[in-house]
Design a protein around this ligand. Structure first.
Ligand SMILES: [Cu+2]
Length: 203
């Protein structure tokens, strides 16, 4: 083998080695992408989806006996108002506390109505609902800080539909209520049984 031929052979060998290194790098890259995909996407579980129908005066879970989910998993709630009055979905600490909150709002509304000579019941209901909304807006954030993330509340006019997404960070039994007053004033819909529970298990 003369010198130049030997150089060519060596060059050929190093080229082959280079190609192998590139092939190996590509395989490793592919494995890396596959692993990252598995970790990020496949471990993030698909969302749980439940359909809830709201009517006078109840929540009905359409596609399951109960709403059950796990910690860290996105929960999608498809809400439909199949009733004839406005309804709402609101996560709360518990039914009793919610009952007290709406009663306090009614009392405040009655006080304002008295001062302003408002006697129309529909107006008083609207006022109470507004006061309650304002109070709960701040309260919900405090109650569910570090406990649940996402949309905690929805209002639905008759025939409307809304999709909420919420993720619970702690296991437990969570309560949702409807505190609308139309049709049940001076009580809220929850007094007639318009509330339900979400069971959140450890992931
Ligand atoms: Cu309702």
């Amino acid at each position: 083998m003369d010198k130049s031929r030997r150089i060519n052979t060596v060059r050929g060998m190093s080229q082959a080695a280079g190609a192998s290194v590139i092939a190996l790098a590509l395989v490793l890259l592919a494995l890396g992408i596959f692993y990252a995909y598995n970790t990020v996407f496949l471990k993030a579980q698909p969302a749980d989806m439940y359909e809830l129908e709201l009517s006078e005066y109840q929540f009905r879970v359409v596609n399951a006996p109960a709403v059950v989910t796990t910690v860290g998993k996105p929960l999608i709630l498809k809400l439909t108002n199949v009733g004839t009055v406005k309804h709402e979905f609101m996560l709360v600490k518990n039914v009793e506390m919610s009952r007290q909150m709406i009663q306090m709002a009614i009392e405040e509304a009655l006080q304002i109505a008295k001062e302003k000579n408002i006697t129309d019941e529909a107006e008083i209901i609207e006022l109470a609902q507004e006061i309650h909304d304002e109070q709960m807006h701040e309260m919900l954030e405090k109650i569910f800080e570090g406990v649940a993330e996402g949309e905690l509340k929805a209002s639905l006019t008759p025939g409307s539909e809304q999709v909420l997404q919420v993720t619970f960070l702690k296991p437990g039994i969570y309560t949702y209520v409807c505190v609308q007053l139309e049709g049940t004033y001076p009580e809220a819909h929850l007094e007639k049984g318009m509330f339900g529970f979400i069971i959140v298990t450890e992931g």
